[in-house]
Design a protein around this ligand. Structure first.
Ligand code: GDP
Length: 321
């Protein structure tokens, strides 16, 4: 195979940086990345010029405005506007420049609030969305439909993957605004350092969640990008083409907290703060489509947490907050 020019949009984020780690050692790949200061993805003219200047063969579209429930509630306009613009600018400019392959990264929040568990790809657009992140989810659904529509009208080969909850290096470790894994890593680490007797976990501990290490996510992205078109077309439809990425296994928040406690080496007890919300009782992906396409997750939760914790300790000063 000749060397491919691969553009990773969003290379400083958690998924984009994992894609850089996954692809930088591949001799067949010449990586192209641009910081926000060099290329504003919200600016159609800049994006068009970028694709006009570089002979891009493949795009990983990992750039997005992301955030937790609080940020989604505070800034709904920013979440829908920025995500729609990034997707539309990149997908259209890629098509105009003749880019053959593109992989769009979505989210499990595209599925209806009351989707049957585990959530299959077919659940898309079958019910109302979770209201707190509806603007973000609508933008991500638009991204899937952009890829499908360009494929149908222009014959491009643009694919989409929908990850479950991700964790790992470069995650957001803010004590209040982050997701559960980085929040607990930080809280157990700081409790251990202070010699606290207990750590408080939000909610009842009963909700169930699925977690995927971001290096597994990057490996899944590279796998899906590399699939032969004929092979892929046997498993997806032109208007139902997205692919779930997860482990297919979930655990309770209590089990998660016990594992984080063990990994961090915290010797005290756990307590549960029932005044904090549990959120949805269960969120699990059906990953049979990806499994039949030949990929399964390989990083066990405890190993992945140990890796994430190692990164957090080594980067505590700049762990994004
Ligand atoms: P969700 O999957 O969209 O609900 O996002 P989160 O990762 O924020 O929360 C997952 C579950 O973990 C919820 O039931 C939370 O109540 C629970 N949880 C327990 N402790 C924490 C914490 O310190 N931070 C967060 N964000 N969630 C926590």
């Amino acid at each position: 195979m000749s060397q491919q020019n691969v553009f990773i949009a969003g290379h400083r984020g958690m998924v984009g940086s994992a894609l850089v780690r996954a692809l930088e050692k591949d001799p067949n790949v010449r990586l192209l990345t641009r910081g926000r200061d060099q290329l504003d993805l919200l600016d159609q003219r800049q994006v068009t010029e970028f694709f006009g200047k570089h002979a891009v063969d493949q795009v990983y579209l990992a750039a997005a405005k992301v955030g937790g429930i609080h940020a989604n509630n505070e800034y709904p306009a920013a979440f829908i506007y920025e995500n729609l613009m990034i997707e539309a600018n990149i997908i259209h400019a890629a098509y105009k420049a003749g880019v053959k392959k593109l992989l769009f990264l979505g989210s499990s929040c595209i599925y209806p609030k009351f989707a049957e568990q585990p959530m299959r790809e077919e659940a898309l657009l079958t019910g109302v969305l979770e209201p707190t992140n509806e603007p973000y989810a609508i933008a991500k659904i638009a991204g899937i439909k952009l890829c499908e529509s360009y494929n149908r009208q222009y014959g491009t080969d643009y694919r989409s993957v929908m990850p479950t909850n991700l964790y790992g290096p470069n995650d957001n470790y803010h004590p209040q605004n982050s997701h559960v894994i980085p929040a607990l890593i930080r809280r157990f680490h700081e409790a251990k350092a202070r010699g606290d007797a207990e750590v408080v976990v939000w909610g009842s501990g009963a909700p169930m969640r699925e977690f995927l290490h971001v290096d597994d996510m990057a490996a899944a992205c590279v796998h899906v990008m590399g699939l032969e078109r004929e092979v892929l077309s046997r498993h997806v439809q032109p208007t139902l083409s997205h692919i779930n990425v997860g482990t297919g296994v979930d655990c309770t928040i209590r089990e998660l907290a016990e594992t984080v406690s063990k990994v961090v080496g915290f010797a005290g007890k756990l307590s549960f703060d029932a005044s904090k919300p549990d959120g949805t009782p269960r969120k699990l992906m059906d990953v049979s489509r990806l499994s039949s396409l030949g990929w399964n997750a390989s990083i066990a939760l405890e190993d992945g947490l140990a890796h994430a914790y190692g990164w957090f300790v080594a980067n505590a000063a700049q762990a994004r907050s």
